[in-house]
Design a protein around this ligand. Sequence first.
Ligand SMILES: [Zn+2]
Length: 358
Amino acid sequence: MRDKYISYVDKIQDFKGHTQGLKFPLEINGDKEIAWINISLREPHVAKVYFNVIRLYQKEKNIPIPTYGYNDTNFLPLEYNDTKSLLIEFIELYLKTVEEIKEIYADYLLQLFGIDIKNYWKGLEKKEIKDLVDISPFQIEIPCEYLGCEDEQFDWMDEEIKCSTVEKFGDLSGTTYYNKNRKDLKATFKRYQKAPGINRHEVTLQESWARDCMNSDSENIYQNIITSVHKVHRLWGLDFEGIKPRPINGSVLISQFSMGFGLSTDEIKTMIYGNVGEITSNRENQGIIRKLRNKGMIRKLEKDEGGKKGVYVWTEMVKLLRMSLNQYFLCPECLTRMQYDYENYCHYCSACKKVIRY
Ligand SMILES: [Zn+2]
């Protein structure tokens, strides 16, 4: 069996420890594997399955895979902000996927090892696959997202949170691990910037905590998830309701993006606030065009969008940067949130009438 499927051989841990298994993709979206199953070659052939509910949701709802994530793309566009109905839909999709996996696992057992679980249990009352296959979550990740928010606005957490170490990465995602280093806590907590305008605070539940949360019906799972998030916050010395983004000045964000993208603050300002819809490449701007293309900030206009040779438009990521920056642009004189005037390409303060042109 191992030799027949040699390209699928992967490591797996079953009840007896480390061994080899066969790992097959279950679901693909675009060129990305979004769910897989790994079945142990050793009896009783337990399997480990991975799936990402957000990625399955993207596929099911035909939501285009975003192109503007800082590290990966498992997030939804900002307009998906009805948190209660989303969580209910995610739970239903989770439960549906779990049922499908039972059938898939039974099929693999039959095809790979000739084991028909229905026969296996002959004589017992249980007859349906869903009753014969037992599935239990090993680890679940619960994302709590703050929309229209940037990493900087939550940096106060680094000081206030109760944990043994804070580990922060210096890329655009600013991934921060708040480590507790306590084996009895079957949970971890981290925070990172998923994309411009999406700050994700991720609670991971492991082993018994994951099982206690998810082994139930949809209504209880809903309550359990909320309770688990609150519980983890309390353990980390935080109050969920008290987690509020700090107001931030647009110029702080501009310098942050400037460092993150390796562009000057003037280049960032021109991009965000400048009077430019399209850019046409010419002899002088080759350097900046190449730079913006590499950063995923401009793309060629397709033929069916009226594209011409050498004409570029801003990508979705720049539109998001604009949105999140405009939201936090505070007047340097009186600290009122400034409005952006798209006709005159300037920020103006409705309180003290200050105008900033670009
Ligand atoms: Zn003002």
